[in-house]
Each structure stands twice: as structure tokens, then as C-alpha cells.
Design a binder for this molecule. Structure first.
Ligand code: SF4
Ligand code: SF4
Length: 103
């Protein structure tokens, strides 16, 4: 597969600078829940590399730590996870969640 090249006319932007362009109106209810027991034995852990916000962190015992607070609501984790029931995905309750803005 041919790697995707970055358009050279686009400015280089660090991950932190990108994160600084959004804010999060966090609701107390987690809109994504990860069932850690289902993650045990997951050999791919696709969520770790696929999440653009780096919210899935592998632990030394093969588990996953997940935090929903800085989620972009892109749905990628739900699409790439191949273990049924490991991820329960909904949008945050109305008016909450990520707020994108231009810089
Ligand atoms: S969330 Fe899905 S892809 Fe990620 S570790 Fe758990 S089972 Fe694997
Ligand atoms: S919806 Fe997107 S940003 Fe949110 S946890 Fe899943 S992959 Fe990460």
C-alpha cells in the first residue's frame, strides 16, 4: 500500500497545537464505555493506534485504560474494534462534547 503523503503546502502542526484548537464541554455521563474484560486477550488493540486523540492506553498487563473526556466523536474506535461488546458508543448528551473551532 502506498503511504499517504502530507500536502507540502499545509503547515506542520503539532499534536498539542491541534488539541489547542478544540475545547471539550464534558458531560458527567461517559458517552463511550470500554469493557476492559472484553479487551483482555485482544491481540490487535487497533483502538490504540486508531484513536486520533490518543485516548486508549495499553497497560503492561495487556489491558486498556480509556478516558472519554477529550474525545473527538469521530467513531473510529468503534469501527476498528473487532471484539463485540468491547465498546459501547453513543454521542454525548445534547450540547456537550467536542467543540471544534478555527484558529
Ligand atoms: S477496545 Fe477493542 S480493539 Fe481496543 S483493546 Fe479493546 S477489544 Fe481490542
Ligand atoms: S470516537 Fe474517535 S476520538 Fe473518540 S475515543 Fe473513539 S477514536 Fe478516539
Amino acid at each position: 500500500m502506498t503511504p499517504i503523503e502530507r500536502d507540502p503546502t499545509w503547515p506542520e502542526v503539532s499534536f498539542q497545537d491541534r488539541m489547542d484548537t478544540v475545547r471539550f464541554d464534558v458531560h458527567e455521563r461517559a458517552h463511550i464505555v470500554v469493557d476492559g474484560s472484553k479487551c483482555e486477550g485482544c491481540s490487535t488493540q487497533h483502538c490504540v493506534v486508531a484513536c486520533p486523540a490518543n485516548l486508549f492506553v495499553p497497560t503492561s498487563d495487556g489491558g486498556i485504560v480509556f478516558n472519554y473526556e477529550q474525545c473527538f466523536e469521530c467513531g473510529t474506535c468503534y469501527l476498528v474494534c473487532n471484539v463485540e461488546g468491547a465498546i459501547t458508543w453513543t454521542y454525548p448528551d445534547g450540547g456537550h462534547g467536542v467543540v471544534f473551532r478555527r484558529t
